[in-house]
Design a protein around this ligand. Structure first.
Ligand SMILES: [Zn+2]
Length: 462
């Protein structure tokens, strides 16, 4: 790759430089055209910006099939309305939703994504295998987090008892998922994480046993934490602690843990996350849609905490692209904390290296450096309307429209070229996502849910 503006995130930016790729690795990068290499493919990056591929660290891909519902609700209201819909999903829904969601992420410059799947209704097929298959077809690095809920309403939790599982079944299925799919190698395309859902849907025992399982097997831990004030009140009333204090008591802090959201944090909470190397996935669009609040990202970075980005599930953020989330993160921080709260380069860093740190892969991905995997996004910044922006990184982060994606490489392999998915038929994946949506609503109706009345917008409401 040559003649591009290189923004490697680590090290100096190079206004017109080259990146040499051998196999799945970056082997050199520097100013000027690439040195001669007989037989090598040359990608001309003239008029383009090269960045590390973006890294998504929180998602619920199955929610592609339940977008646009429960539009004006708090997190708890939204969950209570949607749990029974999600209880109807099967492997076909998950496969269709995951294919569409991952294709959409790739088209927004994402090269690695986690997914947090925590609803496993009985007898509906192998839902985890369904999303793994979808990720293989699209060609992104995939970090599915085997989620779980064991604390139903009868035990003081939020979800109905019908969607929770038994702790022994959860731990056995999670261990099986690690055995079946986890690849710890440097070039790994798939790593499993262990991810009980949230303090209000999981017992303390399952949290502790999940941590023990993950640490025994050398995989990472993920959960939702400190997303809303309702959650904080629930934790104080039922558990006697604020969310971060509860996580600390359960042994859920450390460099192998990353939380989704981390919105409602005090100074001491932030310092504790920073000191223990615990990561957070910032999801500004979802937090905005649900009115959850604004995470203290600039303060977290100032105090040395690890912060990555997440698009969160499509049911709370609809068609969220990861490049859009990078812009959203910057705008929301500045709207709340002033124009110096987050620079465009900090926004790019949390979208790349911050995400890599959340996934425990900062040695492998997240920046353009010799020795790292060739996960690269090449953005076209010389379009008719885009060519008047002085700084290509500002054009990418501040622009209200994503620049065309000239190329997306994962391990040196082309996944997107000229805004089109090259690994799988893009339109068919999109249509399968629509079919998954219709199938889920039909399955939910067959189970007695009248979704239009129960989860749609109120009739006549503007
Ligand atoms: Zn979430």
């Amino acid at each position: 790759m040559e003649n591009a503006y290189l923004a490697p995130v680590v090290g100096e930016e190079i206004p017109r430089g080259h990146i040499r790729i051998d196999g799945d690795r970056i082997t050199a990068l520097g100013p000027g055209p690439a040195p001669a290499a007989p037989g090598a493919e040359r990608i001309d990056g003239t008029g383009c910006l090269a960045t590390p591929g973006l890294v998504n660290t929180h998602h619920h891909l199955y929610q592609w099939a339940s977008q646009g519902l429960v539009q004006d609700a708090t997190l708890f209201e939204w969950l209570v309305a949607l749990y029974p819909v999600w209880a109807a999903m099967d492997a076909e829904v998950v496969h269709g939703a995951a294919g569409a969601g991952l294709a959409f992420l790739a088209l927004s410059g994402c090269t690695a994504s986690s997914d947090h799947h925590y609803v496993f209704p009985k007898g509906r097929g192998d839902l985890l295998a369904a999303e793994v298959e979808a990720a293989r077809a699209v060609g992104l690095r995939f970090h599915p987090a085997r989620g779980s809920m064991d604390r139903g309403r009868s035990a003081g939790g939020l979800p109905p008892d019908s969607v929770v599982e038994k702790p022994d079944d959860i731990l056995a299925a999670t261990a099986e998922a690690i055995d079946a799919h986890h690849d710890p190698s440097f070039s790994s395309m798939l790593r499993i994480a262990v991810a009980p859902c949230s303090p209000f849907s999981v017992s303390a025992e399952l949290m502790t046993e999940s941590a023990a399982l993950a640490r025994d097997r050398g995989v990472r831990l993920h959960t939702h934490l400190a997303e809303t004030l309702d959650e904080q009140e629930h934790c104080l009333a039922q558990l006697g602690l604020r969310p971060v204090g509860y996580a600390e008591k359960l042994g859920w802090l450390g460099p192998d843990v990353w939380f989704a959201h981390a919105v409602h944090l005090g100074d001491a909470d932030i310092d504790l996350l920073a000191r223990t190397g615990t990561g957070s996935a910032h999801c500004p669009s979802s937090n905005g849609r649900l009115g959850a609040g604004i995470a203290r990202v600039s303060e977290m970075l100032r105090r040395g905490a690890v912060v990555g980005l997440g698009v969160d599930g499509s049911a709370s953020a609809e068609l969220t692209s990861l490049s859009g989330e990078m812009r959203q993160a910057l705008l929301v921080q500045r709207a709340r904390y002033g124009p110096a709260a987050l620079t465009v380069r900090q926004a790019l860093e949390i979208a790349t290296l911050g995400g890599a740190r959340n996934l425990g892969r900062a040695a492998e991905i997240g920046s353009l450096e010799p020795g790292k995997l060739a996960d690269i996004a090449l953005w076209r910044t010389d379009t008719a309307f885009g060519s008047a922006v002085a700084d290509p990184v500002a054009a990418l982060v501040l622009g209200s429209r994503q620049p065309p994606l000239a190329r997306l490489l994962v391990g040196g392999e082309t996944v997107v070229a000229d805004d089109e998915l090259r690994t799988a038929p893009q339109d068919a994946l999109g249509r399968a996502g629509g079919a998954a949506h219709r199938r889920l609503l039909r399955l939910a109706r067959e189970r007695g849910l009248t979704t239009a009345g129960q989860v749609g917008p109120a009739p006549g409401r503007m």
